[in-house]
Write a new protein. Structure first.
Length: 247
């Protein structure tokens, strides 16, 4: 986002001398999120972000991020009303890097889908307070939580203003209408699946699949070449023994 002409003025004034009730002008607010609980949590967030960016690489109308602050104060104050979902997606917006998501600078848009990763220190807040905020203030259509350690996984859909729990399919996956993808656990990680049940690969997994296909095609070509050479050799032996074929 472009900075306003007032930013230099704000930068030179120490934070501790600015009254809390001052309404800040539009600015590129920094994210203000605490460290993640564990490597499992960080890796899971990174995985979800990389998967969706890879799968939607031809799209330019979405924003996906994680552990980034969402500022939503009605008074446009950065000192109040902010949350930092572990993973969230906003649809129908510009796909560009941001330091944070500032609702009043984003046409009032809130995330379409949020995923929180449970931990011992955050589980109660994620299940109660954040769920209430995402339902009543954000009005986020879909909310999921996943515990990387216990593998607890639940999802909710906003219906008539209230979150209703989503029911899993036979594989235990939950359908996201917002993403038009399933979310499900694969090898102890939360992953995305297509409507047809295909796993959305990481770039590395996609490269391995392509390499395997290339190797299979090469092997098939070599087998065909070998069969052709064997047939030619057999024909040569026939001609040597019996001569050319007669009309």
């Amino acid at each position: 986002m472009s900075l306003t002409q007032d930013v230099k003025f704000v930068d030179v004034i120490p934070e501790d001398v600015i009254p809390e009730d001052i309404i800040f002008p539009p600015s590129d607010l920094e994210s203000n999120e605490p460290p993640l609980e564990s490597d499992l949590h960080r890796d899971q967030i990174d995985l979800l972000i990389r998967l969706l960016r890879w799968y939607w690489q031809q799209r330019h109308n979405f924003y996906v991020s994680g552990n980034v602050t969402i500022y939503y104060s009605p008074q446009q104050r950065k000192s109040e009303d902010f949350r930092g979902p572990d993973f969230f997606v906003v649809l129908n917006t510009e796909n560009k890097p941001r330091k944070s998501w500032v609702v009043w600078e984003e046409n009032g848009q809130y995330p379409n889908i949020i995923i929180e990763l449970l931990s011992d220190s955050t589980a109660q807040t994620d299940r109660k307070l954040k769920k209430q905020i995402y339902q009543d203030i954000f009005r986020t259509p879909e909310y999921f939580w996943f515990d990387p350690q216990s593998q607890e996984f639940k999802g909710f859909e906003l219906l008539r203003g209230t979150y209703q729990e989503l029911q899993p399919n036979d594989q235990g996956w939950l359908w996201s209408e917002q993403l038009e993808l399933y979310l499900g656990i694969y090898e102890q990680k939360l992953r995305f699946f297509t409507r047809d049940g295909e796993l959305i690969p990481t770039p590395e997994e996609a490269a391995i699949v392509q390499q395997q296909k290339a190797e299979q095609q090469q092997q098939k070509a070599e087998q065909q070449q070998q069969r052709a050479e064997e047939a030619e050799a057999l024909l040569a032996r026939y001609r040597e023994r019996f001569g050319e074929f007669s009309d």
